[in-house]
Design a protein around this ligand. Structure first.
Ligand code: XIL
Length: 366
């Protein structure tokens, strides 16, 4: 009789690979595992803050103690036309966090993106003059921050003001107002809610030392002007290999040396190759490798990546005040854009991935 060698081998090793009956995923909530005083957050979309996405709402409520608005508090959502503020869904977002005793984060007041063109427009079709643009900035910040005074824990006052080489980005805000537009924004925010924490937020602060140096210059400038700034956010839009844990470690140390607390504000891990432009609405060939799911080796690599990152965060547990994921589950992520990305801790079926288990384990072993 012919022996089925593969089945034989499987039977031999089977007892060795049996998983424990209760995996951490079934039993634990991230918010109970993080160091005392830490916020563990997630960005939520309007389906979630409006309560329509019940499964996601359950996950958010169980696992997190902080929320960020994925889009709702951006300039174009709040004031699409001059003076026409919309606050309905925004109020529900704030109530969502308040009802659950969560820290409610505000994102973001001054940014070059998702800001309507009228904000920067002058009468002649060119750029508005400094006084006009400053007044628009002041009105926006005063109205928005003022409305949620005492309810929003902290604001990303200025988002992404830097180029990768550390120079100031030539955004319309800067061209219209001048380099001090950042200081002006922080001053307006402070006036509107003296009790709110104020943050500077940007990406690539770990991968690009020059950019990090630029962020530190911004922070020092604000400090020298006597303006309030509480923390600096590295967005944390990372890949499997970049930044290295060493770079993350160094970035946290350097940013913390300003005296500010450090936050990881938009964490996700992009698993897809850089894609060229779509052809006839379809992603270019080969650019969507995980359309039908994540192969086990990549799944494990993602889990290890998250575990390694959280070990670095724990090393700096007294310097970090918040870690926020940019989305609840893979299907919610902004990184899909017509392809299938798998950047988060829960999959498209809202099941915890090995990455979830690894993060939970690292936090439990702390
Ligand atoms: C993204 C949202 O996730 C998307 O839904 C939206 O279409 C574009 O903006 N840096 C930021 C976030 O500060 O506001 C961005 O959010 C992701 C990059």
């Amino acid at each position: 009789m012919e022996i089925d060698r593969r089945a034989f081998a499987r039977a031999l090793i089977a007892p060795l690979v049996v998983l424990p009956a209760t995996t951490p995923a079934a039993a634990v909530a991230l918010r109970d595992l993080v160091p005392g005083g830490w916020l563990i957050g997630v960005a939520i979309n309007q389906n979630q803050s409006d309560g329509r996405d019940a499964i996601a709402v359950d996950l958010v409520t169980t696992h997190f103690n902080a929320i960020s608005p994925e889009n709702l508090l951006k300039f174009q959502s709040v004031q699409p036309q001059p003076g026409a503020f919309t606050f309905d869904a925004q109020d529900r977002y704030v109530a969502f966090g308040r009802d659950r005793g969560m820290a409610v984060i505000g994102h973001t007041l001054v940014w070059h993106s998702q800001t309507p063109a009228w904000v920067w427009a002058g009468r002649d079709g060119g750029l508005a003059d400094r006084a006009t643009m400053l007044e628009r900035m002041r009105t926006h910040i005063t109205t928005l921050v003022g409305r949620y005074k005492g309810q929003i824990r902290g604001w990303d006052v200025v988002n992404e003001a830097l180029n990768d080489d550390g120079t100031l980005r030539d955004s319309p805000w800067r061209r219209g107002i001048g380099d001090d537009y950042i200081a002006q924004a922080f001053a307006f925010a402070r006036q509107a809610d003296p009790g709110a924490e104020l943050y500077y937020n940007d990406y690539n602060l770990a991968t690009r030392p020059e950019k990090r140096a630029g962020a530190i210059r911004i922070i020092r400038d604000l400090q020298q002007r006597g303006l309030r700034i509480d923390a600096v956010g590295e967005q944390g839009h990372w890949r499997l290999e970049s930044p290295t844990t060493l770079e993350i470690d160094q970035a946290i140390s350097d940013l913390r040396a300003t005296g500010l607390k450090v936050m990881v504000t938009e964490l996700d891990v992009n698993l897809l190759p850089q894609a060229g432009p779509p052809t006839r609405g379809q992603p270019p060939p080969g650019s969507n490798p995980y359309e039908n799911g994540l192969p086990d080796d990549v799944q494990q690599a993602l889990a290890k990546r998250y575990a390694d990152a959280f070990r670095v965060f724990l090393k700096h547990r007294d310097d970090i005040t918040r870690v926020t994921f940019w989305g609840v589950s893979d299907g919610d992520s902004w990184l899909n854009r017509g392809r299938a990305n798998h950047p988060l801790l829960w999959d498209r079926q809202r099941q915890p991935k090995p990455a979830f288990d690894e993060v939970a384990k690292v936090l439990m072993a702390k």
